[in-house]
Design a protein around this ligand. Structure first.
Ligand code: SAM
Length: 289
């Protein structure tokens, strides 16, 4: 008997009309639908008169459910994976199932459709040739700022998902880390009644959201312009700084500077001040510890 197919099916992110004819045909014909929340998907099924059995597959039971689903696929059944909204696996469960299906040589076939990140990017008015999808940031401000600092030099556009009760603090942290002039777009309630797409400098955007509690409701995507491309020389200095950070911990200052200068073909003088600065910061940190 040949194995069944695992279909990865995108569903709407708000407007129920945003589902493809093929998605509906697949959902009407598979043996079982693995759904993140069966009650939520039940409403979609009712709307479209779909009657296939639903089985819950979420972050808390995915590991234990996967073997049984793989066994069903191997026995020839077809399975569809869906999320509450949009495309499965995009900040949603399903990775373990898809990876296990590949390991078991089962055919995995996507049925593409809505995805909030891509919908937001398409309407953001921010460079879309290269983008970095971050998804949800950490909930606590210190961890969130640390992650934002990691992303501050990325030159591709950045896409974030954010919960409404954290949007004010997140925008404040973005102003702190990226600066108030960086351009960003907030895409809220995409495809729904209160859909709002607003593009502005981060400082203005943050003030606008703080001043209007309506902007602190619903589902939100933030698209932030990437860091300006650095000149080649700046890039080289940045990489040299990263290497110096490591070498200064292990070697005398002059040796660390000389090795880094050789690696990056830079003048030693240009690096010596940087090395001294790094060493001073390390000593301060050690003093604090
Ligand atoms: N898998 C989904 C997708 O393809 O976009 C994302 C699921 S993730 C758990 C939910 C987050 O997606 C929300 O917190 C919000 O950031 C974003 N999102 C989902 N629907 C949205 C909508 N209609 N408008 C704006 N953001 C949305």
């Amino acid at each position: 008997m040949s194995a069944g197919v695992l279909h990865v099916v995108a569903v709407p992110i708000g407007n129920l009309d945003d589902i493809s004819a093929r998605a509906l045909a697949v959902l009407a014909s598979v043996d079982v639908v693995a759904a993140e929340d069966t009650r939520c998907s039940g409403r979609l099924f009712q709307h479209y008169g779909l009657q296939r059995p639903l089985l819950a597959l979420h972050d808390h039971n995915e590991a234990e459910r996967v073997p049984a689903l793989i066994a069903r696929l191997q026995a020839g059944e077809s399975v569809a994976l869906i999320s509450d909204a949009g495309t499965p696996l995009i900040s949603d469960p399903g990775y373990r199932l898809i990876a296990a299906a590949h390991d078991a040589k089962i055919v995995v076939s996507p049925v593409p459709g809505a995805c909030a990140a891509i919908a937001a990017l398409s309407a953001a008015g921010i460079a879309s040739d290269r983008f970095f999808f971050e998804g949800f940031l950490p909930a606590k401000s210190a961890a969130r700022q640390a992650r934002l600092r990691d992303l501050a030099q990325v030159s591709a556009s950045l896409i974030f998902y954010e919960a409404p009760h954290r949007i004010v603090e997140t925008l404040v942290d973005m102003v702190v880390v990226f600066g108030e002039a960086r351009v960003a777009t907030m895409a809220r309630e995409i495809t729904k009644t209160f859909e709002t797409i607003k593009r502005d400098a981060l400082g203005e955007l943050s003030a606008w959201v703080q001043a209007d509690s309506n902007q602190q409701r619903g589902e939100i995507v933030l698209v932030v312009a990437g860091a300006p491309e650095r000149a080649v020389g700046d890039q080289k200095l940045l990489s040299a700084e990263a290497v110096l950070q490591v070498l200064v911990k292990e070697l005398p200052l002059r040796q660390a500077t000389a090795m880094t200068a050789d690696i990056f073909d830079l003048k030693r003088n240009a690096l010596y001040d940087m090395a001294m600065q790094i060493k001073a910061e390390l000593e301060i940190k050690r003093g604090d510890a």
